[in-house]
Design a protein around this ligand. Structure first.
Ligand code: 5IU
Length: 273
């Protein structure tokens, strides 16, 4: 894994333009924080994005939990992403046959392909889901091609998750097969020791996003399991994802700064800086 190498170096040698941008944003802002903005109105979402924007590298949305999604949601998010230099990650977790996920990703009510830099999918349907999403984003008439990428959901943080073993190994195989579109994984650790069947390419550099990060809680009553920024980064997270730890804090801006500081210190310690 490239986890001991600084983001700036990884940016300069990465073949995927969106991965380069991700590392550059993180370096420029000294932040590896992704805030999971799980609020339910456009106003709350845009308000959070504007207030937390300076301290985060990525905003993660669940656009289908908004009660009032509209054109204004899209325009607002895009404008704030430019204003504060953060990327947008719609946590839609595509999981269907190729023909269906293409329609869910591109067009439809939510028009995810128009505004979300990063998307993710589960590989329960098999390799075809990755191929289908890559085909849409890399089609010659898709205007945002170099600005789009996929994370494969290789593990989950919830208690009793079935995304383990052979499932996680297949995630690594598909990432290797579709390297031009797959940025990396949502996983609880770097997946370097996973016994995959597709051989590693020495230049591969998958980005690890780790969710379930919280400074003050060990979990919730519905099976969520947390680790701290230090623990996540130590296990290989390049980007830490925190939701309630930030947006539900008494002062979300202060909380974002705290996760930013701890996440970045842990990253610097890991790369020996
Ligand atoms: N999320 C997880 N665990 C996972 C995956 C996604 O918690 O394995 I993949 C999402 C769910 C929620 C956010 O949107 O990340 C975590 O929110 P909290 O930090 O509030 O638990």
């Amino acid at each position: 894994s490239k986890s001991q190498i600084p983001f700036g170096t990884r940016a300069s040698s990465h073949p995927n333009p969106l991965a380069r941008k991700l590392f550059e944003v993180a370096e420029a802002k000294k932040s590896n924080v992704t805030v999971s903005a799980d609020v339910t109105t456009t106003k709350e979402l845009l308000d959070l994005a504007d207030r937390l924007g300076p301290y985060i590298a990525v905003i993660k949305s669940h656009i289908d939990i908004l009660s009032d999604f509209s054109e204004e949601t899209i325009t607002g998010l895009k404008a704030l992403s430019e204003k504060h230099n953060f990327l947008i990650f719609e946590d839609r977790k595509f999981i269907d046959i190729g023909n269906t996920v293409q329609k869910q990703y591109h067009g439809g009510t939510l028009r995810i392909s128009e505004w979300s830099h990063i998307i993710n999918c589960a590989i329960l349907p098999g390799e075809g889901i990755v191929e289908a999403l890559a085909q849409t984003a890399q089609s010659p008439d898709f205007p945002y091609g170099s600005d789009r990428g996929l994370l494969i959901l290789a593990e989950m943080t919830s208690k009793g998750s079935l995304a383990t073993g052979a499932y996680t190994s297949a995630s690594v195989d598909y990432a290797r097969k579709y390297q031009s579109f797959v940025l990396g994984f949502v996983s609880t650790r770097a997946l370097t020791d996973v016994p995959a069947s597709v051989a590693a390419n020495e230049n591969e550099d998958f980005v690890v996003f780790t969710t379930g990060v919280n400074l003050s809680s060990k979990g919730d009553k519905l099976g969520q399991q947390y680790q701290t920024p230090q623990s996540a980064v130590g296990r290989g997270a390049d980007f830490i994802i925190a939701g309630r730890g930030i947006y539900a804090a008494a002062d979300p801006v202060e909380a974002a700064k705290q996760y930013q500081q701890q996440g970045w210190e842990a990253y610097l310690a890991r790369v020996g800086g």
